[in-house]
Design a protein around this ligand. Sequence first.
Ligand SMILES: *Cc1c(COP(=O)(O)O)cnc(C)c1O
Length: 417
Amino acid sequence: MRIGRTLPPTASPIATWQLLRAQTGMALGQRHLQRLEAELKDYFHVNHVFLISSGKAALALILTALASLSPRRQVLIPAYTCFSVPSAIVKAGLEICLCDVDPESLDFDFGLLERSITQDTLCAIPTHLLGLPSDIDRVKTICEQRGVFVVEDAAQAMGGRHNGSFLGTLGDVGFFSLGRGKNITCGSGGVILTNSDHIATRIQAEYAKLKSEPRFSVTMGLLGILAMCLFMDPRLYWIPASLPILRLGETNFYNDFPMHRLSGARASVLLGWRERLEKFNAARRLIARELVRRLPSGNQMVRFPGGAQVAPLRMPLLMASKRAKDELCVRGRAAGLGTSPLYPTAISAIPELRGRLTRTDFPAAALVADCLVTLPVHPLVRGKDLDALCALVNAFEVGSSQENPESAARPFSRTGV
Ligand SMILES: *Cc1c(COP(=O)(O)O)cnc(C)c1O
C-alpha cells in the first residue's frame, strides 16, 4: 500500500461550493435542468438534447428508439470498448456484434467494418476512445448506403472536435457520459444529442416513460460526489486507492441498470460546465502534448493526434507485451503516478456474454487489452508528476530492454499479430 501523493488516473475536479449549490438544485431542479438542456443545445449546435442518469442509459434509450424505427436487431461495436456498451445493448434487448479494432488508432479496423455489416445490422457505434476521434466520415460512408444508423459513442470525448465540428454531433445520434472519470462529471449522468427530428421523436416517446431519479438515490449520489471531491486530491487519493472495497478503476458488465431522467440536483452540480469543460480539456491537451514531446517517438504506439481540437482523457501507450504493461502499471502505481490499464479484456471475453456472441476471435482487441496502458493527463497532474512519468516510461524502456528485450516499449507492429 502506498501512503503519500497519489494521482488518480482521471479527474474532473468539482469545487465544494458547487456541491453546496447543488443543495439549492433540489428546490430549483427543474429550472437547472431546462437551463442545462438549453446550454447544451446552444454549445453543441444540436436541435435535440435529452438528459439521463448515465451514459449507458443514454445508449440503451437510443437503441430502443432506433429499434422502433427498423426491424433490424444487430448492433455493431468495436471489440475493444467500455463494458457499459454491451450492457446497454443487452438492456435494449438487441444483439451484440463485434468488429475488431486497429491498435494504432483504437478505432474500427476499417478493413473489417464493411464485412461485419449484415442485412440485420441496425446501427454501428464508432467510439472516440480516450477522446481520440474515430473516423466518423468513413463510418458514415460505409453505413449510409447500407441503411445502418451511426450512433456516436462520445462518452470520453465531450468538448473534442473534428474538422471544427464537435464529436458526438457527427453521427445520426450521439451521447456523452457525465460519470466519474469523464471530461466533466456530476457523479453519474448522460447526454443524448441528435439533429434528426425523426430519431428525436422516437427518443422523446421512450424518454417520456422514464421517472426521475429517486430522492434517496440523489442524496447518496451527492454524498458520493462530495467524497469524490475530497479524495480526488492527490494528497488524499492514496486512501480510496488502498481500499479494495471501493473497486476503483474496475470495469464491470451490468446485466441490468437503472434508467432515470437526470435529477435537478445533479444538473446544478454542472452549472458553469462550459468554462470547466474548456479549462479541463485545455489542460489535458497541454499535458498530453508535453508527454508526446518528451516520450521517445518509439513510445507513441497509439497514433495520437496532437491537434488543438482533440480533448484527450488519458494518454494511451501500447506496450510490447502484457508483461511489460503489467510491470509499468505496478511501478507507476508504487510511485503514485496514476498509470493504469484501460479495460481488462476484449468484449468477446466478458464471461456474462458467453453464448451470446457468434464469434470470439478478435486478435487486435485482445492485444490492446493485454498491452494498453494509460498515463494521466488531467488538470491535477503537475510538472514534477510529468517529469516522473517520463522518467518512468523512459527508464523502463531502457532498463528493461537490456535485461529483457521482450518487455521494452516499442512501436506496435502489425506483422506481430
Ligand atoms: C463511460 C463510458 C460509457 C458509459 O457511460 P456511463 O455514464 O459510465 O454509463 C460508454 N462508452 C464509453 C466508451 C465509456 O467510456
